[in-house]
Design a protein around this ligand. Structure first.
Ligand code: AMP
Length: 115
């Protein structure tokens, strides 16, 4: 676990977060600067810098992010209204925190603009 990684520290319980889900392999918590009424980050506990680091054999890990986000969207009452799932990757993808995370964003009408 890189000591300087804030998401590793959250996963280890060493940094505060509003945790909404956790299991052996994943943890989900509310974004500190929410872009919508619901803005949750789902992360693997394992430090993986970005989606660019994913390889064959990590299908369960990659898919788990989406399945957990889908369940949280239901809990947040967004399943029928719709929501957005986003993974930013690297510099041009505007990734700020170098620990793989899936954004679950919703609770308001989102624009079509992604850029
Ligand atoms: P990204 O641009 O995809 O790397 O997004 C990183 C997200 O992490 C941003 O939406 C930040 O607001 C959020 N964030 C950064 N630090 C924390 C933290 N300590 N707790 C919760 N969310 C955070």
């Amino acid at each position: 676990m890189p000591d300087e990684c804030i998401f590793c520290r959250i996963a280890a319980g060493e940094a505060p977060a509003d945790v909404v889900y956790e299991d052996e392999n994943f943890i989900a918590f509310r974004d500190i600067l929410p872009q919508a009424p619901t803005h949750i980050l789902v992360i693997p506990r394992m430090h993986i810098a970005s989606s660019a680091e994913l390889g064959r054999g990590q299908e369960q890990l990659a898919g788990g992010l989406i399945i957990i986000a889908k369940s949280l969207a239901e809990k947040e009452g967004m399943a029928h209204r719709g929501y957005r799932l986003v993974i930013n990757c690297g510099s041009e993808g505007a990734q700020q925190v170098p620990h793989l995370h899936l954004h679950l964003i919703g609770g308001r009408q989102l624009s079509g603009a992604l850029g």
